[in-house]
Design a protein around this ligand. Structure first.
Ligand code: DMJ
Length: 649
């Protein structure tokens, strides 16, 4: 209460009546003899006037400078100047209703005239309270302050018990398939156990040598920090939470959760990659919440989502790649064509942001990603293809480089999964996905002389016959999307997925270590082989195993489990070291040269996809879950569960 903070003035001031009391009774009259009223009349009057005006000045000054005085003053002096509703958002979209936790600015923005009235009434009430307080005895004011403090403390306690501050209460219902049955076949069970043991080795060593840091250096046995996360810490913990959960590593999950509760801190001065933080941290927290129902994960996910919002403050709403989460200042990678944002980065926020709106009740997250769709839909696409670079200021494409691997990949994945996650109601996402696949087939997919299907890259109309390890995820994507393929193309899309899986398996099989290189080529007399030294490394990436997992689930062809097991053996032979798992510098070499990094996606993706490959289909079934691009499972928002509106945002 603003006027309550005037108390110090009263605390040291004389009691009521002192100012007008008999002279000499106060401390100031100590040396003065009683005198006839007439002798000091003028001087006394003058002194009294001075004291009185000093007191008034102090009171008035206090109103200006004490923390809550703005409430008072705005009611008195500033009336409605600051209360004009802001202009409508670009595109003339209806403005969202006020949301819980949206704050006064959001209320003004959303509520229009009603909000103005409310705020004016608030100011008048504050003024009235201030006047009443000025008339109270100091003892009464002290008592009021005590009561206010107690109430604040109690409110804080209540909020803690009720869950996240500002978040609506939510009844948690665990989605179907958060736990599955043991595999019936004992060999499969044994293989799955082995993968769990690998997870334990990776986790225990991270815990021993790098606990709380982002990643582990398994050779030098210390923490590894990547500048993708600024100084946000704990990437491996957050990325691994859901893998620990589905592998039923309960103790480890519990310690990870406790770390998140006590240490995961986003109030840091950090420039982060919006994409990486979204797919790993937001995605990891969302999955952990949906699997376990622990409120802390919902709260942290929404808190982080809010920190990412300033990235969208660009003329088009296409977000920056990099954002300082303290200052809210964004920028793009200096190397990206003409200051562009990257397709795979701004196009890989959709799933998480729709879920953030779902869990927070705040539509702003979904609005931001829907706007990206609108911008893309307004643009002409060369040959129906999406270039990897888009300038967030001009809204124009940068360099015409198209890739289904690095820089482009998960944009396509998220179009398909947005449709699936919406319980197949997001028709826009569906159309964009199948149109894009048609253009990719026409212009990028080729067959080698030896019969291997591959996806080339496109540079201004010219093909580079190279396929990245990252591109191998597309096998799983084509198969997953087969069901909805237009013009009776279901079988064709499954076949396309199978062909990409085979090509990617060849890229592993043609190396000495049976692990795939970062990129492989189909020119200069080679097929599915890396020819450049700087493309021969393997950094524990998941994409090939991811495709095996999808192909297994959708076809139950045993070769996919066989290929997955070959990868397990190769990982154990070449990547496992005392201190965890490490990437390899050259997979064609006889001897391992380790890169000394245990990537967080090894725990979140590679090991999870392997575990699912050797699980029954009832664990995280495709009818109920989609995986984000970091393999974090997100539940499908079924329309009969009352999610119709959510799906249409
Ligand atoms: C992961 O972080 C994600 O899969 C992302 O989409 C691509 N790169 C890595 C794994 O290779």
């Amino acid at each position: 209460m603003p006027a309550a903070s005037l108390l110090p003035l009263f605390g040291s001031a004389p009691g009521p009546g002192t100012l007008g009391g008999p002279a000499g009774s106060g401390a100031g009259g100590g040396g003065r003899k009683a005198a006839s009223p007439g002798a000091f009349r003028l001087t006394e009057k003058f002194v009294l006037l001075l004291v009185f005006s000093a007191f008034i000045t102090l009171c008035f000054g206090a109103i200006f400078f004490l923390p809550d005085s703005s409430k008072l003053l705005s009611g008195v002096f500033f009336h409605s100047a600051a209360l004009q509703p802001p202009p409508p958002p670009p595109g003339g979209q209806p403005r969202a209703p006020p949301q819980p936790g949206g704050g006064p600015a959001a209320a003004v923005a959303a509520g229009g005239a009603g909000s103005l009235e409310r705020i004016r009434a608030d100011h008048e009430r504050a003024l009235r309270e201030a006047k009443e307080t000025l008339q109270k005895l100091p003892e009464e004011i002290r008592r009021d302050i005590r009561q206010d403090k107690e109430k604040l403390l109690q409110d804080a306690r209540d909020r803690k018990e009720a869950g996240a501050p500002g978040l609506p209460q939510r009844l948690f219902r665990q989605p179907v398939g958060a736990v599955g049955q043991e595999p019936a076949d004992p060999d499969v069970r044994q293989r799955r156990e082995k993968i769990k043991e690998m997870m334990k080795h990776a986790w225990d060593n991270y815990k021993r040598y790098a606990w709380g840091l982002n990643e582990l250096k398994p050779i030098s046995k210390q923490g590894h920090s990547s500048n993708l996360f600024g100084n946000i810490q704990g990437a491996t913990i957050v990325d691994a939470l859901d893998t620990l959960y589905i592998m039923e590593m309960k103790e480890e999950f519990k310690e990870a959760k406790e770390w998140v509760e006590k240490n995961l801190d986003f109030n840091v001065n950090a420039e982060i990659s919006v994409f990486e933080v979204n797919i790993r941290f937001v995605g990891g927290l969302l999955s952990a919440y949906y699997l376990s129902g622990e409120e802390v994960f919902r709260k942290k996910a929404v808190e982080l989502g809010e920190k990412l919002l300033p990235a969208f403050n660009t003329p088009t709403g296409i977000p920056w790649a990099l954002l300082n989460i303290k200052s809210g200042i964004g920028r793009n990678w200096p190397w990206a064509s003409g200051g562009s944002s990257i397709l795979a980065e701004f196009g890989t926020l959709h799933l998480e942001f729709v879920h953030l709106s779902h869990l927070s009740g705040n539509p702003v997250f979904a609005e931001k990603v829907m706007n990206i769709r609108k911008v893309l839909n307004r643009l002409d696409k060369p040959e129906g293809l999406y270039p990897n670079y888009l300038n967030p200021s001009s809204g124009q494409w940068g360099q015409h480089h198209v890739s289904i691997g690095g820089l482009g990949d998960s944009f396509y994945e998220y179009l398909l999964k947005a449709w699936l996650m919406s319980d197949k109601t997001d028709e826009d996402g569906k159309k964009m996905y199948y149109d894009a696949v048609q253009a990719i087939e026409a212009h990028l997919i080729r067959k080698s002389g030896g019969g291997l299907t591959y996806i080339a890259e496109w540079k201004g109309g010219l093909l580079e016959h190279k396929m990245g390890h990252l591109t191998c995820f597309a096998g799983g994507m084509f198969a997953l999307g087969a069901d909805g393929a237009p013009n009776d193309k279901t079988g064709h899309h499954i076949e396309l997925g199978a062909e990409i899986a085979r090509t990617c398996h060849e890229s592993y099989d043609r190396t000495r270590m049976k692990l795939g290189p970062e990129a492989f080529r189909f020119d200069g007399g080679v097929e599915a082989i890396a020819t450049r030294q700087n493309e021969k490394y393997y950094i524990l990436r998941p994409e090939v195993i991811e495709t095996y997992m999808y192909m297994w689930r959708l076809t139950h062809d045993p070769k996919y489990r066989q290929w997955g097991w070959e990868a397990v053996e190769a990982l154990e032979k070449h990547c496992r070291v005392d201190g965890g798992y490490s990437g390899i510098r050259d997979v064609y070499n006889n001897h391992e040269s380790h890169d000394d990094v245990q990537q967080s996606f090894f725990l979140s993706e590679t090991l999870k996809y392997l575990y699912l490959l050797f699980s029954e289909d009832d664990l995280l079934p495709f009818e109920h879950w989609v995986f984000n691009t970091e393999a974090h499972p997100l539940p499908i928002l079924h329309k009969d569960d009352g999610n119709k509106e959510e799906n249409q945002k």
